[in-house]
Design a protein around this ligand. Structure first.
Ligand SMILES: [Zn+2]
Length: 328
């Protein structure tokens, strides 16, 4: 009887040992595979969205700027700098949007492949030149011309061809850092570019059938690229970043435009103050419609997996209403 008991105990000990070893090996494997993932830190949502689409399961991507936060005045905290230093690659837009980035990355001892300014007008990659917003297209903007002269419009992602170019730049860089998955990055980038091209086509078709071609915007000057691409005229209450308080004459000028041209809708940015836009609607009887520049995303939409293209489709639906377009 005693012998049976010993055998039985030995049997269970063996089983438990096998289970324990198996579990340990599994843990080892899973931690090894997650260690193999590229860790990518991006600054703004449009870049995060591209990396998510291109990287798929092979990258762990995060946004440095928290959801819902205004990005133009962002300054990194010490823990942000630690996140950047621990990442395999840090991707930001460029000096005109994140002037702090150069100062942060220089002392980190990262090699050139680990830092990527994806929206810089001219990158090291041949042919990857982003569209620039033409200065003379700003004539209609009520913001003071001299302020624009020395500034570069940072909202390059609102020209979808630029977003497609940045997709290629990012896929190339991920392929250099992780050659084993290069074919996956390139294939995903191709699929993402195709979606952006289809979006651009729908914008072109829709926005060529509108009764009005003027976007009156109660926020800062974010949609210059978009207006330029589709031949619209665009008037914003503020300059390239949302800091400057609009002056009363600017508001009065916009209000007069709305009245003179019988404009029925005023657009505004969801994550920004609606105050200016509401002043305009009060003055003129126009109705408010959201137009998202997608600098950032709300925490709720980020959890839902909302994409940049989803946001742009919402925008087009509101533009169709606001500009009285007939294309369905
Ligand atoms: Zn902006």
């Amino acid at each position: 009887m005693k012998r049976y008991l010993v055998v039985l105990v030995a049997f269970f000990v063996t089983i438990l040992t096998v289970i324990a070893v198996f579990t340990w090996q599994n843990n080892q494997n899973s931690s090894q595979s997650s260690e193999k993932d590229l860790v990518v830190v991006t600054t703004i949502f449009p870049l995060y969205d591209i990396v998510r689409a291109v990287g798929g399961d092979n990258v762990r991507v995060s946004m440095l700027i928290p959801p819902g936060v205004e990005i133009h005045h962002f300054e990194p905290t010490p823990s942000d700098i630690i996140s950047i230093s621990k990442s395999d690659v840090f991707i930001y837009l460029g000096d005109y949007l994140e002037p702090w980035a150069q100062d942060v990355v220089q002392p980190l001892n990262k090699d050139a492949n680990q830092i990527l300014a994806a929206g810089q007008t001219i990158t090291l990659l041949e042919g990857a030149k982003l569209h620039e917003n033409e200065e003379d297209e700003h004539e209609e903007d009520v913001e003071h011309e001299d302020e624009h002269e020395h500034e570069q419009d940072p909202h390059v992602w609102l020209d979808f061809e630029n977003t497609a170019t940045m997709t290629t730049i990012i896929a190339d860089r991920l392929s250099i850092l992780d050659p084993d998955n290069a074919s996956s990055y390139r294939a995903n980038a191709g699929a993402h570019r195709a979606k952006l091209q289809a979006l651009d086509e729908t914008y072109k078709q829709t926005l060529s059938t509108c009764q009005s071609n003027t976007i009156i915007y109660g926020g800062h000057y974010a949609f210059g690229y978009l207006a330029n691409r589709y031949g619209l005229s665009y008037m914003a209450a503020q300059g390239f970043s949302p800091d400057a308080e609009p002056i009363a004459t600017d508001i009065a000028l916009l209000a007069r435009q709305i009245k003179d041209n019988n404009i029925r809708y005023v657009f505004y940015e969801k994550l920004e103050s609606e105050r200016i836009a509401m002043t305009l609607t009060k003055e003129t009887g126009a109705t408010l419609l959201a137009l998202q520049a997608a600098h950032n995303i709300s925490a709720k939409d980020l959890d839902k997996g909302t994409t940049f293209i989803d946001m742009m489709n919402d925008n087009l639906s509101n533009l169709r209403t606001g500009l009285s377009c007939t294309y369905e």
